[in-house]
Design a protein around this ligand. Sequence first.
Ligand code: SAH
Length: 273
Amino acid sequence: MSDTPRSHGRKSIAASLQPQELMSHAPRLAQAWTAQVITLLPDAFPGVLGESLTGRALKGGLWQLDAVDLRPFGEGRHRNVDDTPAGGGAGMVLRADVMGRALDHARARMPDAAPILYLSPRGRRFDQAMARRLSRGPGATLICGRFEGMDERVIDHYGIEEVSLGDFVLTGGEIAAQALIDATVRLIPRVLGNQASTEEESFSDGLLEHPQYTRPAVWKGLPIPEILLSGHHGNITTWRRRQAERLTKERRPDLWRAYCAAHGRDPDEDQEL
Ligand code: SAH
């Protein structure tokens, strides 16, 4: 390995009319995949993304994080960012003008091809295909909601796509944003030491992953399936595929039907799995 950092020669400089107070302190790498996150809790980043493989890749310049604090864009002396819902009701809503200012500021340093995504329980369910698509682009601007969410006009005006982590409600979008970033960044070449591991894992080919085992060979009287210790790679591959198919058929009939359709197979076929 050379001593030259992977980010070498990619620092970019851009003129800005923004007051210093509003600047992100993140270094800017011209070609690195960029997660730009608009949040009321910038200190929550990088969070767990700063650890282990994603953390090492962040330090190595394989991707970069630009946490944009929403607060300085707030109204008045107290930098208010929210107000009561029009029409009444519980809670508070993030103001359109405040979010608009933050977005205009943030987008000035993002390529147009990077989508703006709003983490929201109403959104399209995030999945592996979306992670893969995002990882092939330049990055994304992620909006983390808080309270009752954000004024709808922001979504309409910027053509923002809503993305959900699943059918449950979080208190804010930060954990969802970190999950989305983690799933995406690990697909960027060289982030994982062993790229082959993303080719065999769950969802990569439409199936759930086969069971995994490691030493000890017998634990609490339970042995590792004999075939895995046989050294016969052909048989091991067949066994793993059968296990993956069995698990998918049992647990995720939706994935199983899609897999069968893609492979010209009958989902109800009664084969020995
Ligand atoms: N009132 C909203 C929920 C607001 S929860 C509703 O009923 O739809 C506050 C914020 O948490 C949201 O704006 C969103 O950014 C985030 N959030 C909550 N659940 C989420 C989920 N399942 N996926 C992604 N983001 C979520």
